[in-house]
Design a protein around this ligand. Structure first.
Ligand code: UDP
Length: 689
C-alpha cells in the first residue's frame, strides 16, 4: 500500500543499494539553491512517464487516454522491467531538452562551411550535445591527410588525428549535463593515407594518454578483409584529390549493397516521380576497378599498402590497448533498412547506433531477468512491455528539444529508436543455462527474434495512428529479416557441432510461430513509424539502476570492486549469494576466498552445477562472446554493442581470430578488451589486484 507522504511508494524498495547511490548522485533532481532533493526515485519515474505521455496530446488523445498511457509507462519503469537511456531519465521535464544518447555529426574538409558541417562546426555541435548528456560519433575520413596542401594559406595540413585531439580536449572541458564526461567514437576508413597514425593513436606510448575521451574504430570494407585473407595490396586515397568526392561510397556501391537491382528500383521510382528520364550515365554507378582507374588518373592514390600489414597493426593496437575496434561498413550499409537515404560512415560511442550524418537515436532497454517466472519465460508479459517501450521511445522523438536544426531534421526524417536488453546473463542463470553453451546462444537468437518482431509490429501499429516516418518508402525499405543469418549457419561459421537441446527449443517454441510474411504485408499496407526499432546498448548505468547484469554481457565477476564517479563499491552478485545459501556455503570465509579472484570456474570445492552456471566474462571463451553478439545482431536493424573480453594472457592471434570471425558472422562492429591492458578500467576483477 501507499505510505502517508506524497510520493512515497514501496516500489522504491525494489532498488538496490547501488541503484540508490547512482540515482542520488546523478539522476534525482535537486533544488539548485539549497541542493536538497526535490524528488524520490518514484517521482523521477513519474516525471519521465508524464513528460512522455503528454506527447500524445499533440495527436489528439483524450485526457483519459493520456493518463492511462502515463500509468503504463510509469509501471514498466517502476517495476524495473524497462528503462530508457540516461538522458531521458535525467532530462525529461527539465530545462535540458536532450533525451537521446546517440548522435553522429559529419566533419567536412573545411574549417567552417555555410551549412554548418566544417571541422569547427562539428566541434561546436559536439559541445552542445555533450553539455546535455549525449554521446557523439564522427567519421574523420574526409579530412585531407597530414602534410597535404592548404590552398588558402599556402600552408601544410596537420591531418585528421591532430583535429581529433581538439575534439578530445573540448570533451574534457564540457561535462555532460554537469554529471558525466562526454563519450566519442572516432572513425577513420581504411583507405585514408593517415590510417597508420590513426591506428596507433591510442596504443604503445600513447596508451592511457592520448584521445582518452574517444573510442576509435577503423572502418573496413569487404574488399579490405578479402585482401587481408589473400595478402593483397590496397590503395590509400587522398580524399581532397579525387573528384569522386565520397571515394569509398563508390567503392561500396560496387561491393553490392547498392546493387544493380536496387539502383534500377531507385531510378524507376525517380522516373515515376519526375515523369521524365534519368540519364543512366549520370547515375554514377561504377565498379571498384573503374573507381581505381579514375583515382589513378586524378593522382589521388598516394600509396599501395599490404592489407595484411595494416590488419596486423590494427590487431596489435587492439591487443595492447583495446583500440582500435573495427566497423564493418559494408555490413552496416547492406543491412540498413533505409539504405536509400545515403551511406553510413560512423556510429555513436559504443557502436550500437550506426547513423547517417546528423541523425540521433534514443535508446531504452528491457530487463530480461524480470521475465523469468517459475523457470519459464513470460512471453506475454515480455511482448506487452515491448509494446509500451516502443511507444515510449517513439514519443521521446517528439518530446526531445533538439540543440541544432540539422539534428532535428535528420532525426525526425527517420525517427529511429533503439529498444535493447539488459539482464541476459541473470536470465540465463535463473534458467540454469550456462552462458557459454549452445543453448544460451540459441536463447539469445530466439529472444532477439521475438523482441524484433514485437517492436516492429508496434511500430506498424503506431504508424496506423500517427503516420509513417517521413522518409519511409514502402518499396525501397529493406526488411532486415530477409538477410538474417540462420542460427545453424552461425554455428557452422564458428565450427561448432553441438546442437541446442529439446529443453531450450521447447522453452522458445513460441518464437518459431511468428509470421514475418504477415508482418511485411502489414508494413506495406499500414506503414512504419520508425526506420529502426531495436539496438543493443551497453546499459552501463541503467543496468545498475535496474539491479541486473549489463546488456547481453556475462557476469563480470561474482564479487568485484566497481569504480564509478561517486566512489568505490564492493559487490557480491545476489543470485550467486542465493546459490551459496542453497548449498549452505554462504559463510564469510568462503565468500572472502571467492572474492579474491571473482570467479569459481576452477574452484574444486564448489558444486559442479554452480561452476558451470556462474561463468564470468573472462572464463567465457572469445568464441562464445562472439556467438552471443552474432545472435543478437541478426535480429537487429541497428548495432549490437558488446565487448569481447579476453584474459590478460591471450596472445595477439586471439584478437586476429576474433576480428576475422566477427566479419564472417555478420557483426557490424567489434571491440576487444584484454584484462589489465589499460591503467584505468571501470571494473577490476576480484578484490585482490
Ligand atoms: N553515453 C555517453 N556517455 C557516457 C555513457 C554513455 O555519451 O558516459 C552514450 C553513448 O552514446 C553510449 C550510449 O550513451 O553509446 C549508451 O550507453 P549506455 O547504455 O551505457 O548508457 P546508460 O543509459 O546506461 O547510461
Amino acid at each position: 500500500g501507499k505510505g502517508n507522504w506524497k510520493g512515497f511508494d514501496e516500489r522504491d524498495l525494489l532498488l538496490t543499494y547501488n541503484a540508490l547511490k547512482v540515482l542520488e548522485a546523478r539522476y534525482l533532481l535537486k533544488d539548485p539553491n539549497t541542493l536538497r532533493y526535490i524528488e524520490t526515485p518514484q517521482m523521477m519515474f513519474r516525471r519521465v512517464a508524464k513528460h512522455l505521455a503528454n506527447v500524445e496530446r499533440q495527436y489528439g488523445r483524450s485526457e483519459g487516454e493520456v493518463k492511462q498511457l502515463e500509468e503504463k509507462f510509469y509501471k514498466i519503469m517502476s517495476e524495473l522491467k524497462f528503462l530508457p537511456n540516461t538522458p531521458t531519465l535525467m532530462n525529461s521535464g527539465t530545462r535540458l531538452g536532450i533525451l537521446s544518447a546517440c548522435f553522429v555529426i559529419p566533419v567536412r574538409d573545411s574549417m567552417i562551411t555555410p551549412n554548418g558541417e566544417g571541422i569547427y562546426d562539428a566541434l561546436r555541435a559536439m559541445a552542445v550535445v555533450h553539455q546535455q548528456g549525449g554521446g557523439t560519433g564522427f567519421d574523420f575520413s574526409e579530412l585531407r591527410p597530414k602534410g597535404d596542401i592548404v590552398a588558402s594559406t599556402a600552408g601544410v595540413a596537420s591531418g585528421p588525428v591532430s583535429f581529433m585531439r581538439i575534439f578530445d580536449v573540448s570533451t574534457d572541458v564540457v561535462k555532460q549535463g554537469g554529471k558525466r564526461r562526454g563519450a566519442n567514437m572516432g572513425v577513420m576508413h581504411v583507405w585514408h593515407p593517415d590510417i597508420e597514425e590513426f591506428i596507433k593513436a591510442k596504443t604503445g606510448q600513447l596508451k592511457d594518454t592520448q584521445l582518452q575521451n574517444f573510442n576509435i574504430s577503423v572502418g573496413v570494407y569487404d574488399y579490405f578483409m578479402q585482401a587481408v585473407e589473400r595478402g593483397d595490396v590496397v590503395p590509400l586515397i587522398n580524399p581532397r584529390k579525387t573528384k569522386i568526392t565520397d571515394w569509398d561510397y563508390y567503392m561500396s556501391k560496387a561491393r553490392g549493397y547498392m546493387n544493380e537491382e536496387w539502383i534500377q528500383e531507385v531510378i524507376l521510382s525517380e522516373l515515376e516521380e519526375k515523369g521524365g528520364t534519368v540519364d543512366l550515365a549520370e547515375s554514377k554507378i561504377i565498379t571498384i576497378d573503374e573507381a581505381l582507374v579514375i583515382a589513378e588518373k586524378e593522382n589521388a592514390i598516394t600509396q599501395w599498402v599490404n592489407a595484411r600489414n595494416l590488419f596486423d597493426e590494427i590487431v596489435k593496437g587492439a591487443w595492447d590497448s583495446g583500440d582500435p575496434g573495427l566497423l564493418f561498413i559494408d555490413t552496416i550499409n547492406r543491412r540498413h533498412p533505409v539504405w536509400y537515404l545515403g551511406k553510413i560512415n560512423a556510429t555513436n560511442p559504443c557502436g550500437e547506433e550506426p547513423l547517417l550524418p546528423w541523425e540521433s537515436c534514443n535508446l531504452g532497454s528491457i530487463n530480461l531477468e524480470k521475465f523469468v517466472v517459475d523457470g519459464k519465460i513470460d512471453w506475454d508479459g515480455l511482448a506487452e512491455t515491448i509494446r509500451y517501450a516502443v511507444r515510449l521511445l517513439d514519443n521521446v522523438i517528439d518530446a526531445n528539444r533538439y540543440p541544432l536544426k540539422q539534428i532535428e531534421e535528420a532525426t525526425k526524417k527517420t525517427r529511429k529508436v533503439g529498444l535493447g536488453v539488459m539482464g541476459l546473463a541473470r536470465m540465463l542463470i535463473k534458467l540454469g543455462i550456462p552462458y557459454d553453451s549452445v543453448d544460451a546462444v540459441y536463447l539469445s537468437y530466439q529472444l532477439a527474434k521475438f523482441i524484433y518482431y514485437h517492436a516492429f509490429k508496434e511500430s506498424i501499429e503506431i504508424a496506423k495512428e500517427k503516420g509513417s516516418f517521413p522518409a519511409y518508402d514502402p518499396k525501397l525499405y529493406k526488411d532486415i529479416w530477409e538477410s538474417a543469418k540462420d542460427f545453424y549457419e552461425i554455428l557452422e561459421i564458428m565450427g561448432i557441432k553441438d546442437k541446442p537441446s529439446d529443453y531450450v527449443k521447447k522453452l522458445t517454441s513460441i518464437v518459431d510461430r511468428l509470421d514475418f510474411d504477415k508482418l511485411k504485408e502489414d508494413r506495406i499496407k499500414y506503414g512504419l513509424r520508425n526506420a529502426t526499432v531495436v539496438s543493443v546498448a551497453p546499459t552501463g548505468t541503467i543496468s545498475i539502476i535496474a539491479g541486473t547484469s549489463s546488456s547481453i554481457e556475462p557476469l563480470f565477476a561474482l564479487a568485484f570492486i566497481r569504480n564509478v564517479a561517486v566512489g568505490k563499491f564492493m559487490e557480491i552478485d545476489p543470485l550467486f549469494l542465493d546459490y551459496l545459501r542453497k548449498y549452505e556455503l554462504d559463510n564469510p570465509e568462503v565468500v572472502k576466498k571467492i572474492a579474491e579472484t571473482g570467479m569459481i570456474g576452477d574452484n574444486p570445492f564448489m558444486p559442479k552445477s554452480m561452476r558451470k552456471v556462474f561463468r564470468t566474462a573472462h572464463e567465457v571463451s572469445p568464441e562464445y562472446h562472439l556467438l552471443h553478439q552474432a545472435a543478437w545482431q541478426q535480429w537487429n536493424d541497428s548495432g549490437t554493442s558488446k565487448t569481447i573480453n579476453l584474459r590478460s594472457e591471450e596472445p595477439p592471434e586471439t584478437v586476429e581470430r576474433v576480428y576475422m570471425l566477427a566479419w564472417k558472422l555478420g557483426i557490424k562492429g567489434v571491440t576487444v578488451y584484454r584484462d589489465k591492458s589499460k591503467s584505468q578500467q571501470v571494473i577490476y576483477f576480484g578484490i585482490k589486484k
